[in-house]
Design a protein around this ligand. Structure first.
Ligand SMILES: Nc1nc2c(c(=O)[nH]1)N[C@H]1C(S)=C(S)[C@@H](COP(=O)(O)OP(=O)(O)OC[C@H]3O[C@@H](n4cnc5c(=O)[nH]c(N)nc54)[C@H](O)[C@@H]3O)O[C@H]1N2
Ligand SMILES: Nc1nc2c(c(=O)[nH]1)N[C@H]1C(S)=C(S)[C@@H](COP(=O)(O)OP(=O)(O)OC[C@H]3O[C@@H](n4cnc5c(=O)[nH]c(N)nc54)[C@H](O)[C@@H]3O)O[C@H]1N2
Ligand code: SF4
Ligand SMILES: [Mo]
Length: 704
């Protein structure tokens, strides 16, 4: 039987809207939802069916039989596996208290479900991946605007100038944003790109700054100086909505473009020319505050500086600028119901909310658990469920993490693949892929808010369950039915939609329910109340930071230089893989089977390394070393070497990716403890590595 459903891609967290055709429970066609993004999908999105059919993903629940990490498993049916997990959780609760369980997930629109589960169990310890993703940019936005990273969206299509600092969007994709940027360029808009190396995005840019690693903040300060000097600012906006401008003017005096040029290894005249361009293009100039800009010691302040530039442009809540995403209420509609359970009133196990008060308490900071787990402070952590999260790949120094995880009686991985954490865990609960599962309805804010959901294109082809089914069934075993009062998805969907007046049939036509026909902008003359800061205004000087003993305007510190023989390790995404979880995909592993190491031409010459030579890359303590091919480039700063994140996997059942390439997170030894006290993010780019030509390069062939 032929079928067509609207759904959401699940090959990365961008969740592009899709339409999927199937026949006799086999996916035959997949494309972008024509009503929203045209038909196009990225390579990863097109490789979804290959994930689904993959013989090398777990097909049934697995219970460990050998030592942790030894790779000895037995298959179990769902009854046994869920009983096993529920019994262990109950035993942990009885002996150590419910707070001894941690649940980490990948965030996203369904995190409420996972959060509700762990809260209902009695633990406050829900956490997510974000300390190694957008935490610094999130906190930067909160400190200035009173709203988090997602509290602003960008009308790139109608902008005249988009400025990206290390937001390599044509590799680190977000399709709608990519389309908008191409439209902007076609309409004559300008794109300025800043990176330590040339990238897909830099190649499309109208202006490219190749900066010294770790100097974004300096460049932004130099630009702020010149923008204020030339009065390329929106005085009315500043007067009406912004506090702290005078302090900024005082602070910025010495940070001239000439100074910035020296710090950043760029030309002063280029900075001046750039400022003239934004002078012409304002207010439709968007400074993207970064996504994974969470990497250097001062990235929080760099992100703040980009927000400050937006504020100076006065680009908020206007066409071609930043806008506040609108929800159901703004469209005069009632919102949906969401599964929820209040957080138990117990101290978090990572110190957020009692030792550290200036961070968003929501997901806390995952990296802060590990030392505390080892020290059993403030209490023992005895169980960790990783739901669509692979801490051993997404967070640095997996060996140190293992020391903490070894304190646990229960490690559970809920994943569509074997994750590196899953391979070390006690139980793997395989989730159905996104093409085989339904999800709760979610609300997407934006200029035109909408309701959307993921619907299964086909029935699961192996013995897997959706996370919704897994958590509901676990909840049933743990006596938590009250939080999950439904047994079928239809029941849940109807309950969610009840207050809105819509029905499930309203999703049929386009795959989503639009809550507004026209884009909703707030009245720009009356933005009071939109900024959730203590004063209700945009605050360039933050009281919260002040109370935490942190500056709002931090003097720039020149980044460390690598020692002789060492390089700063820089990493990033590639357009054909997602994080660390598509490396074994049957199609994507063909497109890019391994990573390499990009080295500056002059540096390579000194080390006797030619294009394609094998090089050895070792962590600063030499505890991890890998051999990969070198890629030589004139377009990378000489202090840095670059590799694509996600490779270097060592799961024998994943034969396509087994031992392919280098694992950047394993080179980051000790980095769980190197984090930004103001932004909360882990300083993933404050990492130095040894690089030399490998002795494994063949010079001649001798076989006896
Ligand atoms: N194809 C694909 N797309 C994705 C993802 C994916 O895994 N694959 N992941 C998604 C997710 S979760 C995220 S968070 C986003 C991340 O989106 P981005 O933040 O855009 O992506 P990254 O690749 O992490 O960015 C790393 C870039 O920063 C540069 N860089 C390093 N040091 C400096 C510096 O000092 N200054 C400047 N200006 N640049 C520097 C690196 O060279 C690299 O180009 O991508 C999303 N999109
Ligand atoms: N060294 C280094 N560290 C990084 C980064 C880097 O570039 N370099 N990038 C950082 C960034 S931006 C991020 S966002 C994090 C990402 O870190 P994570 O959130 O851990 O990364 P993912 O690989 O997206 O997802 C984790 C797991 O989810 C599984 N998964 C995928 N789809 C599904 C599904 O539908 N259901 C279930 N249950 N599981 C699924 C994958 O198989 C994978 O094992 O890593 C961060 N850490
Ligand atoms: S960017 Fe690609 S992989 Fe990510 S959701 Fe969109 S189509 Fe899927
Ligand atoms: Mo991310």
């Amino acid at each position: 039987m032929k079928k067509s459903v609207y759904s959401m891609c699940g090959m990365c967290t961008v969740r592009c809207p899709i339409r999927v055709e199937s026949e006799n429970n086999k996916v035959t066609w997949i494309e972008g939802n024509q009503h929203l993004i045209g038909g196009a999908l990225c390579a990863k999105g097109s490789a979804g069916p290959a994930l689904m059919e993959d013989s090398e993903r777990p097909h049934k629940p697995l219970i460990r039989v050998g030592a942790r990490g030894a790779g000895q498993w037995r298959e179990a049916d769902w009854e046994e596996a869920l009983d096993y997990v529920a019994d262990k959780m109950s035993a942990i609760k009885d002996k150590y208290g419910p707070e001894s369980m941690v649940l980490s997930s990948r965030g996203g629109p369904w995190q409420g479900l996972y959060k509700a589960f762990i809260h209902a169990f009695g633990s406050p310890n829900y956490t997510n991946h974000d300390c190694t993703c957008g935490r610094n940019t999130h906190h930067a936005s909160l400190s200035i605007n009173g709203v988090g990273r997602k509290g602003f969206a960008y009308d790139i299509k109608n902008a005249k100038h988009l400025v990206l600092f290390g937001r390599d969007m044509f590799s680190a994709l977000r399709l709608a944003e990519n389309h908008q940027t191409l439209d902007m360029l076609e309409n004559g808009g300008r794109l300025t790109y800043v990176d330590v190396r040339q990238t897909m995005t830099g190649a499309k840019a109208t202006r490219f700054f190749q900066v010294r690693p770790g100097t974004d903040y300096a460049l932004a300060l130099g630009v702020i100086h010149q923008v204020i000097k030339k009065e390329y600012i929106d005085k009315d906006f500043l007067e009406k909505y912004v506090t702290g401008f005078d302090q900024l003017c005082e602070f910025i005096k010495d940070y001239t473009p000439a100074w910035a040029a020296k710090e950043c290894d760029v030309k002063e005249k280029d900075i001046l020319a750039f400022v003239e361009e934004i002078g012409e293009d304002r207010p439709k100039v968007i400074f993207h505050p970064g996504w994974n800009l969470a990497r250097y010691k001062d990235s929080f302040y760099a992100s703040r500086a980009m927000h400050i530039l937006n504020v100076l442009m006065g680009n908020i809540e206007l066409k071609g600028g930043l806008f506040i995403p609108k929800g159901a209420g703004d469209a005069g509609k009632k919102g949906i119901r969401q599964i929820d359970c209040p957080k138990p009133d117990i101290k978090r196990g990572d110190g957020v909310g009692w030792e550290f008060n200036h961070f968003d308490k929501g997901p806390g900071l995952a990296h802060l658990f590990f030392n505390r787990m080892i020290a059993e402070d403030p209490y023992p952590i005895k169980g960790w469920i990783a739901m669509r999260h692979d801490p051993f790949v997404g967070m640095p120094d997996p060996e140190k993490q293992k020391q903490a995880m070894d304190k646990c009686d229960l490690l559970v991985s809920i994943d569509v693949n074997y994750s590196q954490f899953g391979w070390y865990s006690d139980v793997i609960l395989p989730e159905s892929t996104y093409l085989e599962r339904d999800t709760p309805i979610c609300q997407q804010k934006g200029l035109k808010p909408r309701l959307t959901l993921r619907r299964k294109a086909i029935e699961p082809i192996y013995g897997t369950l959706s996370s919704c089914e897994i958590f509901t069934q676990l909840a049933g075993r743990l006596g938590l039915q009250e939080t999950f009062p439904f047994t079928t998805m239809d029941e849940l969907w109807n309950w969610q939609l009840e207050p809105t007046g819509y029905t499930m049939a309203d999703f049929d036509e386009k795959g989503f329910i639009s809550l507004s026909d026209d884009p909703i902008f707030h009245d720009r003359d009356n933005l009071d109340g939109q900024f959730k800061t203590p004063s209700g205004k945009i605050e360039l000087m933050s009281e919260k930071l002040d109370n935490a003993g942190l500056p709002s305007l931090k003097p720039f510190e020149t980044p460390e230089k690598p020692e002789k023989g060492m390089f700063r390790l820089i990493y990033g995404k590639t357009a054909v893989h997602t994080q660390g979880h598509t490396m074994n995909n049957p199609l994507l592993s063909e497109l890019m089977p391994t990573n390499s190491l990009t080295i500056n031409t002059k540096k390579a010459k000194k080390l006797g390394i030619n294009e394609g030579d094998l090089v050895e890359i070792a962590s600063a303590d030499r505890s991890y070393c890998a051999t990969v091919a070198a890629h030589i480039s004139d377009h990378i700063h000489p202090e840095a070497v670059f590799t694509v994140h996600g490779f270097g996997r060592d799961i024998p059942r994943q034969t396509r990716s087994f031992l392919a390439g280098v694992a950047d997170q394993k080179l980051m030894v000790g980095k769980l403890d190197d984090w930004d006290k103001a932004g909360g993010g882990v300083n993933l780019c404050e990492v130095f590595v040894y690089v030399k030509k490998s002795i494994r390069n063949r010079t001649r062939r001798v076989e006896l």
